[in-house]
Design a protein around this ligand. Structure first.
Ligand SMILES: C[S@@+](CC[C@H](N)C(=O)[O-])C[C@H]1O[C@@H](n2cnc3c(N)ncnc32)[C@H](O)[C@@H]1O
Length: 221
């Protein structure tokens, strides 16, 4: 079993992620993530994950939203339909192609280098933190893009018996995603000034969790 590469254990398991291998994997998956694709499993699981993420975020008309690790835009499209102004970013060139048609801004980039101008009312990172090379650093970058009063919504696979089953499925293909505990995520968010605002489990191995950045004058000391 691999030792976590971050210095923030316990509460994180798996890795290290081989970035090149994972990118090739996600490029190959792009057809399954296109809105309208007939792949039942992606449609079923992402439908549940996105419903939970939208409930927690409360994203609505006029909100500035960052969809981080947006894939082909399954969630981006739902946010745009709600009237949000969406910046969508993904590391896979094949995935980003689909984003250009729907997001206000589509960016080809890695979350490990996330450093955008401006801050967002909602930062959504759905199904991506498990696959980055340094989850603690990416978590901090995501938090720093949340405006005062804004929210961060993450969907990750949890460090649990169900999560381990999910991990084995990837490990069989030579991929090593990270798994997380709620406590680890909460600690990282707190180190960047964000407070928990609820969570759901849309699938047995999945955790969708929201954090809020208090408005100025209402900071938690
Ligand atoms: C499980 S898919 C989720 C896609 C989308 N969030 C959704 O809910 O439909 C994971 C996505 O994360 C992207 N990804 C993986 N590692 C990344 C990284 N380091 N930086 C940015 N995107 C990444 C992949 O290319 C893929 O599109």
């Amino acid at each position: 079993m691999t030792t976590p590469t971050t210095n923030d254990s316990p509460g994180i398991f798996g890795g290290p992620v081989d970035a090149g291998r994972l990118l090739a994997y996600w490029d190959g998956m792009a057809a399954s993530y296109k809105p309208g694709a007939k792949t039942g499993l992606v449609r079923f699981s992402s439908g549940r994950q996105h419903a939970a993420a939208l409930r927690l975020s409360g994203a609505g008309k006029g909100d500035r939203v960052l969809d981080a690790g947006a894939g082909c835009g399954l969630l981006t499209r739902k946010l745009v339909r709600r009237g949000c102004n969406v910046t969508a970013l993904d590391a896979s060139p094949a995935m980003v192609e689909g984003l250009r048609e729907m997001a206000a801004s589509a960016i080809h980039g890695r979350l490990e280098e996330l450093d955008l101008e401006g801050r967002f009312d909602q930062v959504m990172a759905i199904g991506v933190l498990n696959f980055v090379t340094d989850p603690a650093d990416v978590m901090r970058r995501l938090c720093r893009h949340v405006a005062p009063g804004g929210v961060l919504v993450l969907q990750v696979t949890e460090w649990s018996a169900f999560g381990f089953g999910y991990w084995l499925n990837y490990a069989a293909r030579g991929l090593r995603p990270y798994l997380f505990s709620r406590a680890w995520l909460t600690r990282l968010a707190a180190s960047e000034g964000l407070v928990p605002m609820g969570h759901e489990r849309p699938l047995p191995h999945d955790l969708t969790i929201g954090f809020r950045r208090p408005t100025e004058g209402n900071q938690i000391s």
